[in-house]
Design a protein around this ligand. Sequence first.
Ligand SMILES: NC(=O)c1ccc[n+]([C@@H]2O[C@H](COP(=O)([O-])OP(=O)(O)OC[C@H]3O[C@@H](n4cnc5c(N)ncnc54)[C@H](O)[C@@H]3O)[C@@H](O)[C@H]2O)c1
Length: 319
Amino acid sequence: MEKVKVGMIGAGGLANAVHYPSLAEFNDVEISAICDLDTNRLKNTAEKYKIEKTYTDYKKMIKEVDLDAVYIIMPPHHLFDLVIQCLNSKLNVFIEKPPGVTSEQTRNMAITAEKNGCLTMVGFNRRFIPLLVEAKKRVLERGEMIQCVATFYKNSIGAGPYYAGAIDILTCDAIHAVDALRWMGGEVVSVASDIRSIYAEYDNSFNALMRFENGGTGILLTNWVVGKRVHTFEMHAKGISAFVNGDDNAFIYSDNKEEPLVLKAKEVAGSSENYKYYGFYNENRHFIDCIKQGKMPETNFADAFKTMELVNHIYRSQI
Ligand SMILES: NC(=O)c1ccc[n+]([C@@H]2O[C@H](COP(=O)([O-])OP(=O)(O)OC[C@H]3O[C@@H](n4cnc5c(N)ncnc54)[C@H](O)[C@@H]3O)[C@@H](O)[C@H]2O)c1
């Protein structure tokens, strides 16, 4: 395979911020066609990335253009039918988080992918943040994860529910922290949670204590009505503790030493571009490499189903 031929469905905000610029930098990728219902967005993105074949009907695009993979980047409640159609057309598929609105959707996307022999990936980009990857590596060099924490705070007071209520906050967005806990600590065997609706008619605070298969402890702390966006991670193993803010720094303390080792997100990534130091570039690289090697990506639909199931588990396990 010379170049991986990619078709893009969706030319919206996130795709333009992170996926188009990443793919455009890869010498082994050709963005062969683009589709969006919004003709302005379609035209602007097609012009910017010099994509000749433009469509407003994705079915026409996947029928007419020879593609190895499609990116389907749109709000979660529009995703399911397109994903199933593309998988049944034997295309490898990349989607953003969340992987559908319910775990049942994710499960059926995973089953359809398997039936058709397709490679799939969900954009859980936190797992690909160079700073987090480096911190996790250093922690695990000391032994298994004893304890880890994922926090995600936002100030969305008065913003209303996501997409007018098409999907809840935990599944739609705080899922990044849930998925990161699985990535840091492994599979979860038990959960106790506290979920609240604060200054709103919908749930906007999700906190949970969990036990991992290896006996370690995980803590989820998320709240959408507090000071500002702060999204951090803690990882602890024998004699070592990493406190990581993926936008900023990691402080790694070890062996009772007063001074931490400080790693800077942009330095570890070798770039001050958000899409590079925040994991988007590397997740795209991973997807393309997997397609070239015929290997299933790490955050495939079956794996994403486990994160969606953990979301369900958190809802069902309230104290
Ligand atoms: N990983 C992250 O940190 C992160 C951050 C922000 C958003 N996201 C996710 O990215 C996804 C997209 O979000 P966004 O804010 O960029 O959305 P958006 O609304 O800006 O863009 C979606 C685009 O899809 C197009 N579209 C919708 N249905 C279509 C169809 N049937 N055919 C062709 N085009 C169609 C729309 O016209 C629009 O241009 C969401 O799932 C969101 O949760 C992830």
